[in-house]
Design a protein around this ligand. Structure first.
Ligand code: G1P
Length: 299
């Protein structure tokens, strides 16, 4: 019997410098893709997977993330007086006590951010979500974490989500050395953070979702700095391979790297096109804009 996954850690202390000036006063996790902030997609994915406790590892200037999941009395009063539909606020409602924050006072890397949550995670397996990675299940399918939890119930241990990218993109990510594969599950024989292209063991990259055993916190405790001079979660996980089962799950769905501007625009367009209430209009708008461009450039 595997222990159920009830807790998730969301590292949200990053400065978001790639999106300046948009992120000068607004946390990047609150940038909206259509009409939901990035963090909301991640929390919804966690809830779908049966996770109850959301642990945000925050930092200075990030309090608005927590407020997003709070009750906004004035807003609700005004909306109810005006007879407005309040169901749009439903995803932002948290069960009291289920949103927990810890602070990462200094930006020392992803591994350090996760370690900051050790007292709240305790001795339980837990999930990690990097909200930059927007993972959208197929219509009628399930989200990434739910797929991972289902795999976890079969094989236990540690799991990470992976996907294949063009080889030249590999040095920007954590990369796995893949072993035997069985459907969407692949055994993980090794892990390396941001390897030079020539040393990359595959083009299967770690895509921002993890289910880890609590021992990782003890490994992180003494983890030395790695790629970029930061304490890397990937390095701590690599040390656990061999001691505990370690698998990768290839997500059946779409992934958008919202840590980059291009990925963010792609996500916005893709999700808007899929929406019942606006998809048709967005398609017509895109065609009109592209037509205008072609006229201007004479093509
Ligand atoms: C982090 C992880 C990396 C992973 C990536 C996914 O890197 O360290 O292993 O592949 O997220 O987006 P970062 O993007 O923080 O540099």
């Amino acid at each position: 019997m595997t222990k159920p996954i009830k807790k998730a850690v969301f590292p949200v202390a990053g400065l978001g410098t790639r999106f300046l000036p948009a992120t000068k006063a607004i946390p990047k996790e609150l940038l909206p893709v259509v009409d939901r902030p990035l963090i909301q997609y991640a929390v919804d994915e966690a809830r779908e997977a049966g996770i109850e406790q959301m642990i945000f590892v925050t930092g200075r200037g990030k309090t608005a993330i927590v407020e997003h999941f709070d009750v906004a009395y004035e807003l609700e009063d005004t909306m109810s007086e005006r007879g407005k539909d309040m169901s749009v606020l439903n995803p932002t409602r948290a069960t009291p006590g289920d949103i927990i924050t810890v602070r990462q006072q200094v930006p020392m890397g992803l591994g350090h951010a996760i370690w900051c949550a050790r007292a709240i995670v305790g001795e339980e397996p837990f999930a990690i979500f990097l909200p930059d990675e927007l993972m959208i299940g197929k219509p009628g399918g399930t989200g990434c974490m739910k797929q991972m939890v289902e795999a976890y119930e079969r094989v236990g241990g540690n799991l990470i989500s992976v996907l294949e990218v063009p080889m030249e993109e590999v040095p920007s990510y954590g990369v796995i050395d893949p072993g035997a594969a069985n459907g969407a599950l692949t055994e993980v024989k090794g892990l390396v953070e941001k390897p030079p292209l020539a040393e990359a063991p595959s083009n299967k990259i770690v895509s921002g979702r993890y289910i880890l055993q609590p021992e990782v916190m003890r490994t992180l405790e003494s983890q030395e700095k790695g790629a970029g001079g930061e304490i890397q979660l990937t390095d701590a996980m690599a040390k656990m391979i061999g001691d505990q089962p370690f698998h990768a799950v290839t997500f059946d769905g779409n992934r958008y790297d919202c840590g980059s501007k291009l990925g963010f625009v792609e996500a916005t367009l893709a999700l808007a096109l899929e929406r019942e209430d606006m998809g048709e209009d967005v398609r017509a708008m895109a065609q009109r804009l592209l037509g205008q461009k072609e006229l201007v450039s004479g093509r």
